[in-house]
Design a protein. Sequence first.
Length: 108
Amino acid sequence: MINKTQGIAQALEAMGRLDNGLERISSRDTSPARMAEGIGETLGKAIAELDQSQKAADAGALKLLAGEPVDLHQVMLQMEESFIGLNLALQVRNRVIEAYQEIQRMQI
C-alpha cells in the first residue's frame, strides 16, 4: 500500500513540476518568442521524464520475464506510472491539436 501511495505521490509531484514550469513561464518575459521557448523547455523536460519512466518500466518487466529476483509490486507500479504518464501526454497532445484547429478556424 505504501508503494502505491508513493507512486501516486510521484505522479502528482511530476504534474506539480509541470505546473511550476508553466508558472515560471507566465512570470517571465511575455513576448511570443520567449513564451514558445519556455513552453518548449517545459514540454521537453516532461517528455524526457516520461521517456525515463517508460524505460524503467520496460527494464523492470524484462527483469521479471527473465526470472531475475525483482519486486513484483515495484514493477507493476512502474508500469502503471508509465501508463498514466503516457495517457497524460496523449491528453495534452489532443488539447494542443484542438487549440491549433480552433485557431485555424478563426476568421481574420
